[in-house]
Design a binder for this molecule. Sequence first.
Ligand code: MLT
Length: 384
Amino acid sequence: MRIAKRVEGLPPYLFAELDKRVAAKRAEGADVISLGVGDPDLPTPPHIVEALREAALDPSTHRYPSYYGMPELRRAIADYYDRRFGVTLDPETEVLPLIGSKEGIAHLATAFVDPGDRALVADPGYPVYGIGTILAGGEPVSLPLTAEHRFLPDFDAVDVPPSTKLLWIGYPSNPTAAVAEADTLERTVRFGADHDLLVCHDAAYAEITFDGYVAPSILQIPGAKHVAVEFGSLSKTYNMTGWRIGYVVGNAEAIRMLGVVKTNIDSGIFDAVQRAGIAALTGPQDHVEQMRAIYQKRRDLIVSALAEAGIDLEPPLGSIYVWVPAPAGRTSVDFAAELLDEAAVVVAPGTGYGPHGEGYIRISLSVPDDRLQEAATRLRERLR
Ligand code: MLT
Protein backbone atom coordinates (compact mmCIF):
# COMPACT_ATOMS: atom_id res chain seq x y z
CA MET A 1 0.00 0.00 0.00
CA ARG A 2 1.43 3.40 -0.93
CA ILE A 3 -0.09 6.52 0.55
CA ALA A 4 -0.44 9.73 -1.47
CA LYS A 5 2.27 12.25 -0.63
CA ARG A 6 -0.25 15.05 -0.16
CA VAL A 7 -1.87 13.07 2.67
CA GLU A 8 1.34 11.62 4.07
CA GLY A 9 2.68 15.14 4.54
CA LEU A 10 -0.50 16.47 6.13
CA PRO A 11 -0.25 17.34 9.83
CA PRO A 12 -2.85 15.66 12.07
CA TYR A 13 -5.97 17.85 12.35
CA LEU A 14 -5.37 20.07 15.36
CA PHE A 15 -8.54 19.18 17.25
CA ALA A 16 -8.32 15.46 16.54
CA GLU A 17 -4.88 15.65 18.12
CA LEU A 18 -6.12 17.67 21.11
CA ASP A 19 -8.94 15.13 21.65
CA LYS A 20 -6.32 12.40 21.97
CA ARG A 21 -4.38 14.38 24.59
CA VAL A 22 -7.53 15.08 26.60
CA ALA A 23 -8.45 11.38 26.54
CA ALA A 24 -4.96 10.41 27.73
CA LYS A 25 -5.02 12.95 30.56
CA ARG A 26 -8.53 11.88 31.62
CA ALA A 27 -7.40 8.25 31.61
CA GLU A 28 -4.83 9.30 34.24
CA GLY A 29 -7.77 10.42 36.37
CA ALA A 30 -7.35 14.19 35.88
CA ASP A 31 -10.37 16.51 35.93
CA VAL A 32 -9.61 18.00 32.54
CA ILE A 33 -11.34 21.17 31.33
CA SER A 34 -11.11 21.53 27.59
CA LEU A 35 -10.94 25.07 26.28
CA GLY A 36 -9.62 23.61 23.02
CA VAL A 37 -12.20 23.22 20.28
CA GLY A 38 -14.82 25.90 19.71
CA ASP A 39 -17.92 23.75 20.10
CA PRO A 40 -20.84 25.53 21.78
CA ASP A 41 -22.00 23.86 25.01
CA LEU A 42 -25.41 25.54 24.73
CA PRO A 43 -28.20 23.53 23.12
CA THR A 44 -29.71 24.19 19.70
CA PRO A 45 -32.84 26.35 20.25
CA PRO A 46 -35.96 24.15 20.69
CA HIS A 47 -37.88 25.45 17.65
CA ILE A 48 -35.01 24.32 15.41
CA VAL A 49 -34.91 20.86 17.01
CA GLU A 50 -38.69 20.64 16.60
CA ALA A 51 -38.42 21.53 12.90
CA LEU A 52 -35.92 18.69 12.49
CA ARG A 53 -38.17 16.26 14.38
CA GLU A 54 -41.15 17.06 12.20
CA ALA A 55 -39.12 16.91 9.02
CA ALA A 56 -37.49 13.62 9.98
CA LEU A 57 -40.96 12.10 10.41
CA ASP A 58 -41.82 13.07 6.84
CA PRO A 59 -40.65 10.26 4.52
CA SER A 60 -40.15 12.70 1.67
CA THR A 61 -36.99 13.88 3.47
CA HIS A 62 -35.52 10.37 3.48
CA ARG A 63 -34.47 10.36 -0.15
CA TYR A 64 -31.49 12.07 -1.79
CA PRO A 65 -31.60 15.81 -1.18
CA SER A 66 -31.32 18.27 -4.04
CA TYR A 67 -27.67 18.71 -4.99
CA TYR A 68 -27.77 22.47 -4.74
CA GLY A 69 -29.87 22.71 -1.56
CA MET A 70 -33.60 23.27 -1.17
CA PRO A 71 -34.78 26.45 -2.95
CA GLU A 72 -36.42 27.54 0.35
CA LEU A 73 -33.07 27.27 2.16
CA ARG A 74 -31.25 29.23 -0.53
CA ARG A 75 -34.01 31.86 -0.33
CA ALA A 76 -33.73 31.96 3.51
CA ILE A 77 -29.97 32.58 3.22
CA ALA A 78 -30.50 35.32 0.61
CA ASP A 79 -33.19 36.94 2.81
CA TYR A 80 -30.79 36.90 5.78
CA TYR A 81 -28.19 38.76 3.68
CA ASP A 82 -30.78 41.29 2.60
CA ARG A 83 -32.08 41.86 6.13
CA ARG A 84 -28.75 41.84 7.93
CA PHE A 85 -26.35 43.43 5.43
CA GLY A 86 -28.54 45.05 2.78
CA VAL A 87 -26.90 42.72 0.23
CA THR A 88 -29.07 41.33 -2.57
CA LEU A 89 -28.23 37.77 -3.62
CA ASP A 90 -29.69 35.67 -6.40
CA PRO A 91 -30.63 32.45 -4.56
CA GLU A 92 -30.21 30.47 -7.79
CA THR A 93 -26.67 31.48 -8.63
CA GLU A 94 -25.12 33.31 -5.69
CA VAL A 95 -26.00 30.98 -2.78
CA LEU A 96 -24.90 27.40 -2.19
CA PRO A 97 -25.70 25.43 1.00
CA LEU A 98 -22.80 23.37 2.37
CA ILE A 99 -22.44 20.37 4.67
CA GLY A 100 -20.94 22.76 7.21
CA SER A 101 -18.76 25.65 6.02
CA LYS A 102 -15.64 23.55 6.69
CA GLU A 103 -16.61 21.24 3.84
CA GLY A 104 -16.94 24.08 1.32
CA ILE A 105 -13.76 25.76 2.56
CA ALA A 106 -11.86 22.52 2.02
CA HIS A 107 -13.41 21.79 -1.38
CA LEU A 108 -13.14 25.24 -2.92
CA ALA A 109 -9.46 24.66 -3.66
CA THR A 110 -10.35 21.58 -5.75
CA ALA A 111 -12.16 23.93 -8.12
CA PHE A 112 -9.39 26.55 -8.30
CA VAL A 113 -6.01 25.18 -7.36
CA ASP A 114 -3.96 23.04 -9.73
CA PRO A 115 -0.78 21.29 -8.60
CA GLY A 116 1.86 23.98 -8.14
CA ASP A 117 -0.68 26.78 -7.66
CA ARG A 118 -0.72 28.84 -4.49
CA ALA A 119 -3.19 30.32 -2.03
CA LEU A 120 -2.46 33.16 0.35
CA VAL A 121 -3.80 32.09 3.74
CA ALA A 122 -4.35 34.07 6.90
CA ASP A 123 -1.56 33.17 9.31
CA PRO A 124 -2.72 32.57 11.97
CA GLY A 125 -5.98 31.35 10.47
CA TYR A 126 -8.45 28.48 10.43
CA PRO A 127 -6.28 25.47 9.48
CA VAL A 128 -8.64 24.26 6.73
CA TYR A 129 -7.74 27.23 4.45
CA GLY A 130 -4.28 25.77 3.99
CA ILE A 131 -5.25 22.11 4.23
CA GLY A 132 -7.74 22.42 1.34
CA THR A 133 -4.96 23.96 -0.75
CA ILE A 134 -2.55 21.12 0.10
CA LEU A 135 -5.16 18.46 -0.70
CA ALA A 136 -5.60 20.04 -4.12
CA GLY A 137 -1.84 19.77 -4.72
CA GLY A 138 -1.19 23.45 -4.13
CA GLU A 139 0.95 25.39 -1.73
CA PRO A 140 -0.38 27.64 1.04
CA VAL A 141 1.55 30.90 1.34
CA SER A 142 1.47 32.75 4.65
CA LEU A 143 -0.39 36.04 4.88
CA PRO A 144 1.10 37.22 8.18
CA LEU A 145 -1.31 38.73 10.69
CA THR A 146 0.47 40.33 13.58
CA ALA A 147 -0.43 42.10 16.80
CA GLU A 148 1.31 45.19 15.42
CA HIS A 149 -1.42 45.42 12.74
CA ARG A 150 -4.22 44.27 15.04
CA PHE A 151 -4.16 40.90 13.27
CA LEU A 152 -5.38 42.54 10.05
CA PRO A 153 -3.57 42.06 6.72
CA ASP A 154 -0.86 44.58 5.88
CA PHE A 155 -1.24 44.40 2.13
CA ASP A 156 1.60 46.88 1.52
CA ALA A 157 3.99 44.24 2.82
CA VAL A 158 2.56 41.29 0.86
CA ASP A 159 4.33 39.84 -2.16
CA VAL A 160 2.03 37.73 -4.27
CA PRO A 161 4.02 34.81 -5.68
CA PRO A 162 3.30 33.59 -9.23
CA SER A 163 0.32 31.23 -9.68
CA THR A 164 -1.47 32.48 -6.59
CA LYS A 165 -5.20 32.06 -7.11
CA LEU A 166 -6.94 32.35 -3.75
CA LEU A 167 -6.77 34.66 -0.75
CA TRP A 168 -8.23 33.39 2.54
CA ILE A 169 -9.17 35.61 5.45
CA GLY A 170 -11.88 35.54 8.11
CA TYR A 171 -13.34 38.11 10.53
CA PRO A 172 -14.30 37.97 13.38
CA SER A 173 -11.21 35.85 13.36
CA ASN A 174 -10.68 32.30 14.41
CA PRO A 175 -8.25 32.11 16.19
CA THR A 176 -7.22 35.71 16.99
CA ALA A 177 -10.73 37.06 17.75
CA ALA A 178 -9.73 40.22 15.84
CA VAL A 179 -12.51 42.02 14.03
CA ALA A 180 -12.37 43.91 10.74
CA GLU A 181 -14.12 47.12 9.82
CA ALA A 182 -15.35 47.82 6.29
CA ASP A 183 -12.10 49.61 5.34
CA THR A 184 -10.10 46.38 5.82
CA LEU A 185 -12.59 44.43 3.73
CA GLU A 186 -12.45 47.17 1.10
CA ARG A 187 -8.66 46.92 0.91
CA THR A 188 -8.98 43.14 0.68
CA VAL A 189 -11.38 43.36 -2.26
CA ARG A 190 -9.11 45.86 -4.02
CA PHE A 191 -6.06 43.68 -3.41
CA GLY A 192 -7.92 40.63 -4.75
CA ALA A 193 -8.98 42.54 -7.88
CA ASP A 194 -5.47 43.95 -8.45
CA HIS A 195 -3.87 40.50 -8.24
CA ASP A 196 -6.61 38.46 -9.93
CA LEU A 197 -7.33 36.44 -6.79
CA LEU A 198 -10.58 34.92 -5.64
CA VAL A 199 -11.06 36.44 -2.19
CA CYS A 200 -12.54 33.95 0.27
CA HIS A 201 -13.92 35.49 3.44
CA ASP A 202 -14.88 33.21 6.31
CA ALA A 203 -17.69 34.85 8.27
CA ALA A 204 -18.61 31.93 10.53
CA TYR A 205 -18.52 34.17 13.62
CA ALA A 206 -20.30 37.20 12.11
CA GLU A 207 -23.15 37.03 14.61
CA ILE A 208 -21.03 36.51 17.72
CA THR A 209 -19.95 40.01 18.57
CA PHE A 210 -19.79 42.08 21.74
CA ASP A 211 -19.98 45.57 23.19
CA GLY A 212 -22.22 46.78 20.37
CA TYR A 213 -19.79 45.84 17.58
CA VAL A 214 -21.62 44.63 14.44
CA ALA A 215 -19.58 42.63 11.92
CA PRO A 216 -19.80 43.68 8.26
CA SER A 217 -20.04 41.31 5.29
CA ILE A 218 -17.40 41.51 2.58
CA LEU A 219 -20.26 41.53 0.08
CA GLN A 220 -21.25 45.00 1.32
CA ILE A 221 -18.12 46.34 -0.38
CA PRO A 222 -18.93 47.72 -3.86
CA GLY A 223 -17.58 45.36 -6.52
CA ALA A 224 -17.02 42.52 -4.04
CA LYS A 225 -19.18 40.09 -5.97
CA HIS A 226 -16.71 40.28 -8.87
CA VAL A 227 -13.91 38.83 -6.77
CA ALA A 228 -15.22 37.43 -3.50
CA VAL A 229 -17.17 34.67 -1.85
CA GLU A 230 -18.17 34.57 1.79
CA PHE A 231 -18.61 31.44 3.87
CA GLY A 232 -21.20 31.29 6.64
CA SER A 233 -22.22 28.71 9.16
CA LEU A 234 -25.20 27.90 11.31
CA SER A 235 -22.86 26.08 13.72
CA LYS A 236 -21.96 28.91 16.04
CA THR A 237 -24.95 31.24 15.56
CA TYR A 238 -27.50 28.54 16.35
CA ASN A 239 -25.38 26.04 18.34
CA MET A 240 -25.59 23.54 15.50
CA THR A 241 -22.01 22.28 15.13
CA GLY A 242 -23.15 18.66 15.04
CA TRP A 243 -25.79 19.23 12.37
CA ARG A 244 -23.35 20.20 9.60
CA ILE A 245 -24.99 23.05 7.79
CA GLY A 246 -23.41 26.17 6.32
CA TYR A 247 -23.29 28.05 3.04
CA VAL A 248 -21.22 30.07 0.62
CA VAL A 249 -22.50 33.23 -1.08
CA GLY A 250 -21.13 35.75 -3.54
CA ASN A 251 -19.37 35.38 -6.89
CA ALA A 252 -21.62 33.27 -9.10
CA GLU A 253 -18.85 31.66 -11.16
CA ALA A 254 -16.92 30.56 -8.06
CA ILE A 255 -20.10 29.14 -6.59
CA ARG A 256 -20.93 27.35 -9.82
CA MET A 257 -17.48 25.74 -9.91
CA LEU A 258 -17.68 24.67 -6.26
CA GLY A 259 -21.08 23.19 -7.16
CA VAL A 260 -19.42 21.16 -9.92
CA VAL A 261 -16.95 19.72 -7.40
CA LYS A 262 -19.58 19.04 -4.77
CA THR A 263 -22.17 17.41 -7.01
CA ASN A 264 -19.47 14.91 -7.96
CA ILE A 265 -18.50 14.02 -4.42
CA ASP A 266 -21.46 14.56 -2.10
CA SER A 267 -25.21 14.36 -2.30
CA GLY A 268 -26.17 17.41 -0.32
CA ILE A 269 -27.46 18.06 3.19
CA PHE A 270 -30.15 15.78 4.69
CA ASP A 271 -33.44 17.53 3.81
CA ALA A 272 -34.62 17.42 7.43
CA VAL A 273 -31.49 19.33 8.47
CA GLN A 274 -32.13 21.84 5.67
CA ARG A 275 -35.65 22.39 6.96
CA ALA A 276 -34.22 22.92 10.44
CA GLY A 277 -31.78 25.41 8.90
CA ILE A 278 -34.70 27.31 7.38
CA ALA A 279 -36.36 27.40 10.82
CA ALA A 280 -33.10 28.75 12.27
CA LEU A 281 -32.70 31.53 9.71
CA THR A 282 -36.34 32.58 9.50
CA GLY A 283 -37.51 31.94 13.08
CA PRO A 284 -37.13 33.99 16.27
CA GLN A 285 -33.63 35.33 16.82
CA ASP A 286 -33.85 36.26 20.51
CA HIS A 287 -31.62 33.39 21.59
CA VAL A 288 -28.77 34.84 19.46
CA GLU A 289 -28.86 37.97 21.61
CA GLN A 290 -28.91 35.84 24.79
CA MET A 291 -25.97 33.82 23.51
CA ARG A 292 -23.95 36.98 22.80
CA ALA A 293 -24.53 38.07 26.40
CA ILE A 294 -23.38 34.67 27.70
CA TYR A 295 -20.18 34.69 25.63
CA GLN A 296 -19.49 38.31 26.55
CA LYS A 297 -19.70 37.43 30.25
CA ARG A 298 -17.39 34.47 29.72
CA ARG A 299 -14.97 36.62 27.75
CA ASP A 300 -14.89 39.11 30.64
CA LEU A 301 -14.27 36.30 33.12
CA ILE A 302 -11.23 35.04 31.20
CA VAL A 303 -9.88 38.51 30.40
CA SER A 304 -10.03 39.54 34.07
CA ALA A 305 -8.49 36.25 35.28
CA LEU A 306 -5.62 36.82 32.86
CA ALA A 307 -5.28 40.46 33.97
CA GLU A 308 -4.99 39.31 37.58
CA ALA A 309 -2.24 36.98 36.43
CA GLY A 310 -0.41 39.88 34.74
CA ILE A 311 -1.55 39.28 31.14
CA ASP A 312 -3.41 42.38 29.97
CA LEU A 313 -5.60 42.03 26.92
CA GLU A 314 -8.05 44.25 25.13
CA PRO A 315 -11.35 42.37 25.42
CA PRO A 316 -12.03 40.88 21.97
CA LEU A 317 -15.12 42.15 20.13
CA GLY A 318 -16.04 38.95 18.34
CA SER A 319 -15.82 35.15 18.01
CA ILE A 320 -15.89 32.64 20.87
CA TYR A 321 -12.13 32.79 21.49
CA VAL A 322 -9.53 34.69 23.45
CA TRP A 323 -6.05 34.86 21.89
CA VAL A 324 -3.48 34.97 24.62
CA PRO A 325 0.26 35.70 24.42
CA ALA A 326 2.39 33.04 26.09
CA PRO A 327 4.65 34.26 28.89
CA ALA A 328 8.07 35.39 27.62
CA GLY A 329 10.41 32.57 26.73
CA ARG A 330 7.69 29.91 26.27
CA THR A 331 6.67 28.57 22.88
CA SER A 332 2.96 28.16 22.30
CA VAL A 333 3.29 24.36 22.35
CA ASP A 334 5.28 24.43 25.62
CA PHE A 335 2.80 26.77 27.23
CA ALA A 336 -0.20 24.67 26.13
CA ALA A 337 1.52 21.49 27.38
CA GLU A 338 2.32 23.18 30.69
CA LEU A 339 -1.32 24.23 31.20
CA LEU A 340 -2.46 20.69 30.45
CA ASP A 341 0.10 19.03 32.73
CA GLU A 342 -0.08 21.44 35.63
CA ALA A 343 -3.63 22.81 35.52
CA ALA A 344 -5.46 20.11 33.51
CA VAL A 345 -6.71 22.87 31.21
CA VAL A 346 -6.61 22.24 27.47
CA VAL A 347 -5.96 25.17 25.17
CA ALA A 348 -5.03 25.24 21.50
CA PRO A 349 -1.39 26.14 20.75
CA GLY A 350 -1.17 29.12 18.42
CA THR A 351 1.12 27.34 15.99
CA GLY A 352 -1.78 25.04 15.10
CA TYR A 353 -3.04 28.03 13.10
CA GLY A 354 0.16 28.83 11.26
CA PRO A 355 3.74 29.86 12.03
CA HIS A 356 2.65 33.38 13.04
CA GLY A 357 0.61 31.81 15.82
CA GLU A 358 3.89 31.18 17.63
CA GLY A 359 3.90 32.80 21.03
CA TYR A 360 0.14 32.51 21.53
CA ILE A 361 -2.49 30.10 22.75
CA ARG A 362 -6.22 30.15 21.98
CA ILE A 363 -8.84 29.78 24.68
CA SER A 364 -12.34 28.74 23.64
CA LEU A 365 -15.30 30.10 25.62
CA SER A 366 -17.59 27.22 24.67
CA VAL A 367 -17.79 25.47 28.05
CA PRO A 368 -20.42 25.89 30.78
CA ASP A 369 -19.97 28.89 33.08
CA ASP A 370 -19.01 26.86 36.17
CA ARG A 371 -16.31 24.97 34.27
CA LEU A 372 -14.98 28.18 32.74
CA GLN A 373 -14.90 29.73 36.20
CA GLU A 374 -12.91 26.74 37.46
CA ALA A 375 -10.57 26.96 34.46
CA ALA A 376 -10.08 30.70 35.09
CA THR A 377 -9.16 29.99 38.72
CA ARG A 378 -6.64 27.34 37.65
CA LEU A 379 -5.13 29.64 35.00
CA ARG A 380 -4.83 32.49 37.48
CA GLU A 381 -3.13 30.27 40.05
CA ARG A 382 -0.83 28.71 37.49
CA LEU A 383 0.24 31.99 35.92
CA ARG A 384 0.75 34.12 39.01
C1 MLT B 1 -12.53 25.65 16.17
O1 MLT B 1 -12.41 25.29 17.33
O2 MLT B 1 -11.66 26.28 15.57
C2 MLT B 1 -13.77 25.31 15.42
O3 MLT B 1 -14.77 24.87 16.23
C3 MLT B 1 -13.45 24.28 14.46
C4 MLT B 1 -14.42 24.28 13.36
O4 MLT B 1 -15.29 25.16 13.29
O5 MLT B 1 -14.27 23.39 12.52
